[in-house]
Write a protein that binds this ligand. Structure first.
Ligand code: ARG
Length: 585
């Protein structure tokens, strides 16, 4: 184990109970000690209840034997309660020991359970020539947090921004631009607040209208798709220009959000174009892709549709074209064979669940996806407006993300200025930006991922409740205490008896790594949000019950050490959510 890793008390207690079970009843070696945090003591083990039957004993009898085997161990007092629970209380000295060890560690003592995993994380993936919508905001924010958490836990994370940069719509756009050279769509031709992407969005709508209204234009657009796919230089050049303009606008959003995505992470649908042929050949040769109604499809063996017919993946459409399904087949093959991933994650909204189920099934049948590779769709719910319906502008259009972020920052500025009128304008601007962006991210991350959530700016920037602003403020308050104390080096006297509120805070701090490991397994950032919120509240309870600056040494030093670890843990946890933790607010 890395010397910066600190085994949490929960794990130490679980190991001790495991050993005691084995000592009491060798035939139960290796069973789960079922240790949890508890209201009645620090921890509780329910193992006796689960295991008694296997050795033909009464739970209480087995619990008594395990307790006897535990007795005298370094982990403190054991008490028997109810039908056979073991209540375990760790000595104060051991709790202080954890606090000092975590303070001394450059990673707050957190282990690296994801080591050895090569994880391809597919997220963001907006579509070229279209406005990024709130769904793309969700995948960008959730994906960013997962990239940070998994990376911190030791995974080698390969970020993939699967841009929608290929497809028949480009024939239509390029043809339209050729026929309407006066159309303004470049960044530098646009005035003030129109982004290149909204101009492209307009272009898209205009082209679409003509495509639907004029069959002759539709035909020319289709030939243009063929020209693009066969690599006609002029068409390809125009396509590249459109992609670059869109990417510039996406980059503005990424920069504003402060996410990890870089241009190197952009490996869009077009990248797989040259791999489609081999992918299809393999599927056909293996008898997995079959002709049906002039198209080439993979029929699912697992999922049936409305009339009991197997659901198809479209490998090649009747007109010979390749679509989203084809690209994702080539993509999964590439990520396994070429990127050598052993974990594949796709962060998209839950409406794509069937698509990924079919892709995974086909990849398994093709032998690409084996038992050594985990493939998971990481679905999320819809962003709702105040009316409880999918979030749109009043006119029913796509909400402009930049405008939405501006709004959030403006509201955050107002609440921060009200709370702290003494901030100078430049600092207020900086804090407002961090609070506003943080508020949007936190609101997104703190609800259970698969649930829909309502976009409510007023609630997001509130200083009370489970919000990003509340956590940033909690961190700033602790930092202010520490500044007042002159930011001392932490020195802990382990002989000082623990107050209950100190104990609760210390045990919560000790559980940081355990929580992160759960986030990495379940891919659920809201568990980290919940943890940080509990931590902030435990800190408040501690601070109300235990004076820090006015306490005498050595109590004062120990309490300052708790403050330091709490501030570092909050800041670090917010960092893994992609949220800044300002020094003051
Ligand atoms: N561009 C797609 C969309 O906007 C998301 C792509 C997700 N990734 C994938 N490999 N299919 O819905």
């Amino acid at each position: 184990m890395n010397s910066h890793v600190v085994l949490p008390l929960l794990g130490q207690v679980a190991d001790a109970v495991s050993e005691a079970i084995e000592r009491a009843r060798p035939e139960l070696a290796g069973s789960d000690p079922v240790v949890r945090r508890s209201e009645h003591a620090d921890f509780q083990s329910n193992a006796a209840l689960a295991l008694a039957k296997r050795v033909g004993a009464k739970p209480r009898e087995l619990a008594t034997q395990v307790a006897a085997a535990l007795d005298g161990g370094p982990l403190g007092a054991v008490e028997l309660s109810g039908p056979g629970f073991l209540n375990l209380t760790v000595p104060d000295r051991a709790v202080w020991g954890q606090v000092s060890a975590r303070l001394a560690s450059s990673r707050l003592g957190v282990d690296t359970p994801e080591e050895g995993r090569r994880t391809v994380l597919d997220y963001s993936a907006p579509n070229i020539a279209k406005e990024m919508h709130v769904g793309h905001l969700r995948t960008t924010i959730i994906g960013d947090s997962l990239a940070r958490v998994l990376g911190f836990l030791g995974a080698e994370v390969i970020r993939q921004n699967h841009l929608g940069d290929w497809g028949t719509q480009f024939g239509m756009l390029i043809q339209y631009l050729d026929e309407h050279p006066e159309t303004a769509w470049h960044h530098d031709e646009l005035s003030g607040d129109t982004s290149a992407v909204s101009a492209l969005d307009e272009l898209y709508k205009a082209a679409r209208k003509e495509f639907d209204a004029d069959p002759a234009f539709a035909d020319r657009a289709r030939s243009r798709v063929v020209a693009l796919q066969s690599g006609d230089p002029a068409t390809l050049a125009k396509w590249k220009e459109i992609v670059a303009e869109s990417e510039k606008a996406f980059r503005d959003i990424y920069d504003r959000l402060g996410v990890l995505l870089t241009p190197e992470d952009s490996v869009g649908e077009s990248f797989y174009n040259s791999l489609l042929g081999d992918t299809i050949t393999e599927l056909v040769d293996a008898g997995i892709a079959v002709e049906s109604d002039e198209a080439l499809v993979v029929f699912s063996e697992e999922v049936t549709g409305a009339e009991g017919n197997p659901v198809p993946l479209m490998v090649r459409k009747r007109d010979g074209g390749y679509g989203y399904d084809t690209t994702d087949l080539a993509t999964i093959r590439y990520r396994i064979h070429d990127l050598k991933a052993n974990r594949l994650l796709y962060v998209t909204d839950s409406r794509q669940a069937l698509h990924f189920r079919l892709i995974f099934e086909a990849a398994r049948r093709a032998g690409w996806l084996t038992d050594t590779v985990a493939a998971e769709h990481v679905p999320f719910g819809t962003v709702l407006g105040p009316d409880g319906r999918p979030f749109k502008t009043r006119a029913g259009g796509t909400v402009r993300l930049m405008a939405l972020l501006d709004d959030a920052v403006a509201r955050a500025r107002a609440v921060v200025a009200e709370k702290n009128p003494g901030l100078d304008p430049a600092e207020l601007d900086r804090i407002a930006e961090q609070a506003g962006i943080g508020a949007v991210k936190y609101a997104d991350l703190s609800t259970s991922r698969v649930k829909d959530y309502t976009f409510d700016l007023d609630r997001m920037v509130s200083f009370t409740g489970n919000t990003g602003v509340y956590l940033q403020y909690a961190h700033a308050r602790i930092r202010s205490i520490l500044r007042n104390a002159g930011d001392p080096e932490s020195e802990i006297d382990p002989a000082v008896p623990l107050e209950p509120a100190e104990r609760a805070l210390a045990l919560e701090l000790d559980a940081y790594g355990t929580t992160l490991a759960e986030v990495g397994d379940a891919l659920e950032p809201h568990r980290l949000c919940g943890y940080l919120y509990d931590l902030a509240r435990d800190f408040t309870t501690f601070y109300e019950a235990c004076p820090v600056l006015k306490a005498e040494e050595p109590v004062r030093g120990n309490r300052l050490a708790l403050c330091t670890l709490a501030a570092r843990t909050l800041k670090h946890g917010l960092g893994l959510l992609g949220i800044a933790a300002p020094e003051r607010m």
